[in-house]
Design a protein around this ligand. Structure first.
Ligand SMILES: *Cc1c(COP(=O)(O)O)cnc(C)c1O
Length: 357
């Protein structure tokens, strides 16, 4: 039995059931478990950090990350007052839930999705309300809309399944939802389209993005959201000032401007390798590979294989880290693997092949 932490009197109800985030297994030779850029960080970002090392750290940065807002505005062709920055996109999501979700209300989300979503609900005093995806792995628009939740979370391309949601489905949810609709586009760089165009329509929509994945800066914690200026304004109040450090901001601006060519080349390589890995794994007996518009593949294991947890542990013993998704609703046992340089993909295949039934 796992030991129970002592109950702390005075802690807000709901908090004690939240666990800390664990990123197992850690410290492996080849970590393909968290969808970061396996080629590394854009070299210009590293240079920008080194340059900043000589500057005056005794000063605060701008309260809401003005330089990053301008760089994002240029990158996505929106105006700077439509951008909210944060300490990772988790921070933007958290602030949005706080601003738009009254405590005691519900956060509706497609399921399965990003594991942080129920935590965001609980820590802001909301009840998480998962709505299963359709058999075709799209969001269930009618199901989500019928909740009339003040906050609805969608993720496209979706983590961990990998595929983008249908555009028509997202459009309908944004058009008909009663509250804020969040579309988490953490993996948009690896997909064909995005939801920017929907920002011009009626209804509060927040698109969140991150520099942790395609842009290779997970260690610096940089995220942002794009929304109508009045939505940005409310989220910034909930977020508070100075969440983005000067170092993170300088690296992010470099990555989004001079670093773009480097990032785009790595993204193209990831997309190529995603197809190659899929072609290699798909014919193997007992494995299924979900269609992916992201920099990872979700691989399902049939009953001939050991379960996802056992396969993940076995791979870890061979020095290869993947993420286990045991008993995913509607999908079953699955592992998620990040796409990186082909050499890494070969190492993964060799290790997985040794566990084949
Ligand atoms: C990785 C990921 C994020 C990124 O979070 P950061 O806080 O920006 O590092 C957000 N949403 C999803 C779905 C992710 O997979």
């Amino acid at each position: 039995m796992t030991p129970q932490l002592p109950q702390r009197p005075g802690v807000r109800p709901g908090y004690q059931s939240i666990g800390l985030y664990t990123s197992e297994p850690g410290g492996l030779r080849l970590d393909l478990s968290d969808n970061v850029n396996l080629w590394g960080a854009p070299p210009v970002a590293t240079t920008a950090i080194a340059r900043l090392a000589a500057s005056r750290h005794a000063n605060y940065p701008t309260p809401y990350g003005d330089a990053l807002k301008r760089a994002v505005a240029q990158y996505l062709n929106v105006s700077p007052d439509m951008v909210v920055t944060g300490c990772g996109s988790d921070d933007v999501l958290d602030s949005a839930v706080r601003a738009f979700g009254p405590p005691g209300s519900r956060l509706a989300y497609l399921s399965p999705t990003f594991s942080m979503v129920p935590m965001l609900a609980w820590s802001n005093g909301l009840d998480p309300l998962p709505v299963p995806m359709t058999p075709g792995l799209d969001a269930d628009a009618a199901g989500l809309l019928s909740t009339r939740a003040p906050v609805t979370y969608l993720c496209s391309p979706n983590n961990p399944t990998g595929g983008a949601l249908r555009r028509a489905t997202i459009e309908r949810i944004v058009a008909e939802a009663t509250g804020l609709v969040i579309v988490d586009e953490a993996y948009a760089e690896f997909a064909e389209g995005d939801c920017r165009e929907l920002l011009r329509r009626e209804g509060p929509l927040l698109i969140t993005r991150t520099l942790s994945k395609a842009f290779g800066l997970a260690g610096l914690r940089i995220g942002y959201g794009v929304a109508a200026p009045e939505v940005v304004h409310e989220i910034e109040k909930a977020r508070g000032p100075f969440k983005l450090s000067a170092v993170a901001e300088a690296a992010a601006v470099a990555a989004l401007t001079e670093g773009r060519g480097w990032v785009e080349a790595r993204v193209r390589e990831a997309i190529t390798n995603r197809g190659r890995l899929r072609d290699l794994l798909d014919p193997l007996p007992g494995l299924g590979v979900m269609p992916s518009d992201a920099n990872f593949l979700l691989i399902t294991l049939n009953a001939d294989w050991p379960d996802a947890t056992a396969v993940t542990r076995a791979l870890a013993r061979r020095g290869v880290g993947v993420r286990a998704f045991p008993g995913l609703p509607g999908i079953g046992e699955a592992i998620r693997v990040t796409i990186g340089p082909w050499k890494m993909m070969e190492e993964f295949c060799t290790a997985l092949g040794k566990e084949a039934p």
